[in-house]
Design a protein around this ligand. Structure first.
Ligand SMILES: [Mn+2]
Length: 355
């Protein structure tokens, strides 16, 4: 069954219904095409609508898809209407989480006579379960990330700035085979570690600092996500306690991963471990999230998600403790859910590394 077939089935689309996809990650998932444009499909047809810059690319990346090119006075949506008319489509679904109000009004006008209704995140639902090829890409992205991190370690020294470490790590990721970065690398040193999404800045590394690195390679369209916190010299006693608490939460939650367990149950456990150590309120984000083409996908390991984990989900486990004025620790692995448990795709050392 193709991915498009899965969407058609899950959305319960009839023979006379079509779908218009705007979201680049969904277009890539469903067709392999990475350029700009629209994807339209239904039972028995699938077409990419793009412009001159991308037609050749679309033909190469998405064999089997009709490729249509916009031109003077002929817009993307006008071509979508043409495809729909040729295939007897009388109603269409669209991504109501992606299309702007302005674009929606225009679509309604051009598709006159073809009513629009939401696809209700069905492509994202299908994307939750990663196939072997997708897991292999994420695994490779994680392996590249670990290799880059190993190569970064000798550069972590007193006096070097967070920004310099970011530049070195980003370069290493590309040198080790990344196609790009999954997201902007986070380097948070010393007291900056209390900011979960710190922006690397001019702060110089000092003796006794803990430094959190949160980063990931992108490979064949798929993201890696990993975080490690290291210490430059012996850390303050409280930071050592914080580290051991986060490590305990991370390891116990990773061991809980298996098909059927609810996302909330795993998240709850991380909060229990951290609260019990006296850090109630200092772990203010969810435990993790799914990873794939996008760095943040569903399901989330959070108090708001009671969905059960399923075989083929790829999720992060990333507890942290953040104490303003002191610092922070976060440890994160990306894991794939297997038949009976889960397997981490990140193999970098989790025990405290003192450089
Ligand atoms: Mn993450």
């Amino acid at each position: 069954m193709t991915r498009i077939d899965k969407v058609l089935e899950r959305a319960g689309l009839s023979k006379t219904e079509g779908v218009i996809i705007h979201k680049p990650s969904n277009i890539f998932y469903l067709s392999g095409y990475t350029g700009e444009g629209l994807l339209v499909f239904g039972h028995g047809f699938k077409a990419i609508i793009t412009d001159f810059r991308y037609t050749e690319q679309a033909e190469n990346q998405a064999p089997g898809f009709q490729v249509l090119m916009v031109g003077k006075g002929v817009s993307h949506v006008m071509l979508a209407k043409k495809v729909f008319d040729e295939n007897g489509v009388t109603a269409a679904r669209f991504e109501d989480d992606e299309v702007t109000v302005r674009a929606f009004r225009k679509m309604e006008e051009v598709l006159a006579g073809i009513p629009l209704s939401p696809i209700d995140l069905v492509p994202e639902q299908v994307r939750r379960i990663k196939d072997e090829e997708e897991i292999a890409a994420i695994e490779e992205a994680c392996a590249i990330s670990c290799k880059a991190f190993d190569a970064l370690l000798p550069h972590i020294k007193v006096g070097v700035t967070e920004k310099q470490l970011q530049i070195i790590l980003d370069n290493l990721l590309l040198e080790m085979g990344a196609d790009g970065l999954a997201f902007d690398t986070i380097v948070a040193s010393g007291e900056n570690g209390s900011l979960p999404h710190a922006i690397p800045g001019p702060r110089q590394i000092q003796q006794g600092d803990m430094i959190t690195f949160d980063f990931g390679a992108k490979k064949r369209g798929y993201c890696a996500d990993m975080t490690r916190t290291v210490s430059v010299g012996q850390p303050k006693e409280e930071m050592r306690v914080i580290y051991e608490t986060v490590l305990k939460a991370q390891e116990e939650c990773e061991k809980m991963l298996r098909p059927g367990i609810s996302c909330k149950t795993v998240d709850d456990h991380a909060h229990e471990v951290i609260d019990a150590a006296g850090y109630h309120g200092r772990f203010g984000h969810g435990l993790g999230h799914a990873v794939g083409i996008d760095i943040h996908e569903e399901p989330r390991l959070s108090q708001f998600c009671e969905d059960p984990l399923e075989v083929g989900h790829v999720v992060t486990v990333e507890p942290g403790i953040y104490v303003p004025g002191l610092g922070g620790v976060r440890i994160e692995n990306t894991c794939v859910i297997t038949e009976n448990s889960a397997r981490t795709l990140v193999h970098a050392q989790k025990a405290l590394l003192i450089l």
